[in-house]
Structures are given as C-alpha cells and as structure tokens.
Design a protein around this ligand. Sequence first.
Ligand code: FES
Ligand code: FES
Length: 153
Amino acid sequence: MIELTINGQKRRVDAESDTPLLWVLRDDLGMTGTKYGCGVAQCGACSVLVDGSVMRSCVTPVEAVAGRKVTTIEAMEKDPVGAKVVEAWVKHQVPQCGYCQSGQVMAATSLLKQNARPSDADVEAAMVNLCRCGTYNAIKAAVRDVAGLEKKA
Ligand code: FES
Ligand code: FES
C-alpha cells in the first residue's frame, strides 16, 4: 500500500512502487482528467503539480510522490490561481480538441503561482507543453490576461 495526498485528500493505493503516477491516477483512482499523450516526458499532457511544481506523471514512479502533495486538474477550479486560469482559458477559447489542455492549465497555474507577473520570456520558458491543434497563441494570451498583461482589445 502506498499512501498519497491527492487534491488534499489522503488516498491509499495498492500499486507497485515503480508504477507511473499517471496510471495510478487514471486506472486506480478513476481520475481521468490527467491525459496520456506520449508516455516519455515529451508532450506534457500528463502534467500534475507535486508540491506546487509541474511534474510529468507518465514518468514519475508513484513511490516518488508518497508523502508529497499531488494536485490534479480535478482540483483546479477550487484553487484561487487555477480558477483564474480556467476562466481565462474559457474567455480566450483556448481549447480546440482539448486533449492537451489539462496539462496546459497545470503548467500555466504552476507558472503563475511561482511568478504572478511573468515576462513573455518566462511564459515561453514555462509553457512548453505540445499542442497538436496549435493553440499556442491563445494559451499565451490567456496567461498574459491572468497576469494582467494582456492588451485591451
Ligand atoms: S504523456 Fe507524459 S509527457 Fe507526454
Ligand atoms: S487543443 Fe488539441 S492538442 Fe491541444
């Protein structure tokens, strides 16, 4: 048994210690908001926060997060920064197919928690998740909006 803290709740899972956190979230806990894209730490679809920092859950063994705080997309609307990010995502109509977007929201929330007024370079450096639909400009606009940097239309 491994004890995890996910979105503020203690959860006990019966998983091998090297099972990727992504499988534990999706298959053992039924939390399917976190997506599987590449499985090799390239795309960011599987991003979650661990103690506030972005982590790619497809390559993170579950034992590595025992005793640490894991936050997933399911908790974002209850998080003060996450809620603003989600609101901006809707306002800027960011998602196309949507597949990459929970990971994008996690990356944006992590950035804005650590740096409330990121420069364009900070945004470029933090928002490296892949989007096959090419929503990058809308993502940047939404992040800038939350940071209070978006130009008035
Ligand atoms: S699924 Fe984890 S980075 Fe692509
Ligand atoms: S919205 Fe389709 S992959 Fe990003």
